[in-house]
Ligand binder design. Structure first.
Ligand SMILES: Nc1ncnc2c1ncn2[C@@H]1O[C@H](COP(=O)(O)OP(=O)(O)OP(=O)(O)O)[C@@H](O)[C@H]1O
Length: 458
């Protein structure tokens, strides 16, 4: 069946006659191609047409704009041959794939299959975002990877700091898994495994196998048969059990504790850890062969500090969960949430929101008065520096000695505040503006006018 959907394109080529021919071929396959003129048109998947003479720097600039629109995937199609290094440069600047029209056997199918796949991927990502909240490009890229992993048959290893959502992601991978006979997802926290019980939790036991074994019991491996076994905190798995797990993964067989009978179990293994397992391998506390077995596909979840744009959407989601979707929250509360650091990641944010929501008396908007005193910001760091702030005093003295007047000193300090906020937010002007409580436009002007590093207090 022919596909039939509207696709935007960016013409970065002067070979217009050839481009017209390619467009006709794609339209015959059901694509309705329209040139991209406005950022809004770059929604969903699109094509960037280029040739060997196209300017890479111009392409990179445009791609940076396009990628600001969430959910865009760009396929770069070269009308002629492409030099190898350009291919990598294009991938690095954010195109989802790149190929040369003259080099593939069936270019029309190559284009349509990819566009269809990305469209499907985006639908799945949008659905995931309802539970794995966040719309930053970092988080969206992570979710795309989650969907790709779930669709594969690979053993998956999810890494990331505590509280980044590893368990949540593992459960979603099981949900997305399309095995027709898929059964349950069984979760085992490896920190709770007692080596003395020789793996009864994982492999089950026979009646009388040890003192408290009053009846025969299935372990997690048996319960996960035809389903998913999720091993949380895999780095904590005792060495003795690592060997047994490895054999189960290699042979698909295991023995209950106290039994001589080999049993079969087929499951998908998803593991998670906040430890650096490769370092554990070096130290000899984690088996190298098991590491390569469990890490068919590794997915690193970003810390919340690497996706600070998601703090407000996450907070809104948690407030709505706790107080219902109609609960109004004062902007000042969000400003406060944006000023904080979250070493415990999303879990820490969630716990803070729970404390704020619990303190709220019930009527009216949630305000900064609902923030428990123990969570108040450190005013010494946040507020205007006091005259006793020696660093600032020394800086101002240096400016005075250079002959600057009050207005010039004020301007200098303002510019430094802008620089510091922009650099703290890793160049994200929106977040820096929230931090400074000024408009984003003021910071855009600052960036245009002031080369970074020009201003120094001393
Ligand atoms: N993107 C997200 N959207 C909504 N809730 C989230 C998100 N990420 C994490 N959470 C919530 O944060 C809490 C911590 O998540 P989770 O237990 O999955 O983290 P973890 O990385 O497995 O932590 P740990 O390593 O400490 O076990 C959970 O309550 C989870 O529901």
């Amino acid at each position: 069946m022919k596909s039939c959907w509207s696709v935007w394109f960016l013409p970065f080529t002067r070979q217009l006659a050839q481009l017209a021919e390619v467009i006709v071929e794609l339209e015959k396959a059901g694509l309705n191609l329209h040139a991209h003129r406005h950022p809004d048109e770059a929604r969903g998947a699109g094509i960037l047409f280029m040739d060997a003479a196209s300017s890479l720097s111009q392409i990179e600039e445009t791609l940076a704009d396009v990628r600001r629109t969430p959910g865009t995937s760009v396929l770069a199609v070269s009308l002629g041959r492409l030099p190898g290094p350009s291919t990598w440069a294009l991938l690095r600047s954010g195109v989802a794939d790149v190929f040369s029209w003259v080099d593939v056997e069936n270019p029309v199918a190559t284009v349509t299959d990819r566009l269809r796949y990305w469209q499907d991927l985006d639908t799945k990502v949008a659905d995931l975002q309802r539970r794995l909240v966040g719309s930053s490009s970092r988080w969206r890229d992570t979710l795309r990877q989650v969907v790709d992993m779930a669709m594969s048959s690979c053993q998956v290893l999810i890494t990331g700091e505590s509280g980044t959502g590893k368990e949540l992601v593992a459960r979603e991978i099981h949900q997305l898994d399309t095995r027709p006979t898929k059964r349950d997802c069984v979760v085992v926290d490896c920190t709770n495994l007692i080596p003395g019980l020789s793996g009864s939790e994982l492999f089950g036991h026979e009646k009388g196998a040890f003192t408290n074994a009053i009846s025969t019991r299935d372990g997690a491996v048996a319960l996960a048969h035809e389903g998913t076994l999720f091993l949380d905190e895999l780095g904590e798995l005792p060495l003795a059990l690592q060997a047994e797990l490895l054999r189960t993964l290699q042979e698909g067989t295991y023995k209950r504790v106290g039994s001589n009978t080999w049993r079969h179990a087929h499951f998908r293994l998803v593991s998670a850890t906040n430890r650096d397992l490769l370092a554990e391998v070096q130290r000899g506390t984690f088996r190298q062969d098991l590491y390569y077995r469990v890490s068919g596909w590794t997915c690193q979840l970003p810390a919340l500090r690497e996706r600070r744009e998601d703090i407000v959407p996450l907070a809104q989601y948690f407030f709505a969960q706790l107080r219902g979707p109609r609960q109004v929250v004062d902007k000042q509360v969000y400003d406060f949430l944006l000023l904080r650091d979250y070493p415990g990641n999303v879990r820490e944010l969630q716990q803070l929101i729970t404390r704020i929501a619990s303190k709220h008396p019930g009527e009216g908007p949630i305000t900064i008065g609902d923030i428990p005193q123990a969570d108040w910001p450190d005013f010494a760091c946040l507020g205007a520096p006091t005259p006793t702030s020696t660093d600032l005093e020394a800086g101002v003295t240096s400016l005075l000695n250079q002959g600057l007047g009050l207005k010039e000193i004020k301007d200098q300090v303002t510019e430094i505040a802008k620089q510091v906020a922009i650099s703290h937010e890793q160049g994200n002007l929106k977040l820096a503006a929230l931090r400074l409580r000024c408009s984003e436009r003021i910071l855009q002007m600052h960036q245009r006018e002031e080369p970074a590093g020009q201003l120094r207090l001393n």
